[in-house]
Design a protein around this ligand. Sequence first.
Ligand code: HEC
Length: 142
Amino acid sequence: MKLIISITTIVLLLILSSCSSEPKKELSKSFATQSALNYSARQGEFLYNKYCTVCHGAGGEGDGFNAFNLDPKPRDFTDFEYLSNFSDDRLFEAINQGGRGINKSVNMPSWKNVIKDYQVSYLVSYIRHFSTTNNNNEMIEK
Ligand code: HEC
């Protein structure tokens, strides 16, 4: 009886140890990649992939599959020079109002009836990460 118990214990321990080592590693790895984006940018990433990649591209370079149709091209969010001219409020406005609302191409849709204001702010955070710019009020607004 003792032998059976100790064998069972060993088997259980083996199962437990094999379970606990693997997933832990994966968990910490995915956490490390995710933590490069802050909370709002991660929320924005989800929305961006859903609504914006078709035109702006998954990497934000303005090369989504719909982009070849458009003139002017969708904005390239990796363009540091361009993005650093805009405040967060201005980017918010562009997404909320669309091109028509900011005197740009009407091919940039208005999202105000689709995406809630607080979610538009998430999108602004996410767009910022492509260009590594931030909301610097000292920069001139276009
Ligand atoms: C149907 C294609 C299309 C979709 C979908 C689209 N955009 Fe655009 N977007 C454009 C085009 C085209 C422009 C360029 C407008 C111009 O420069 O006149 C643009 C420009 C922009 C700009 C810069 C405006 C400026 O001031 O120069 C922002 C910011 C932007 N889009 C954000 C978004 C976000 C966020 C989404 C998703 C919620 C999105 N876009 C979805 C086509 C699109």
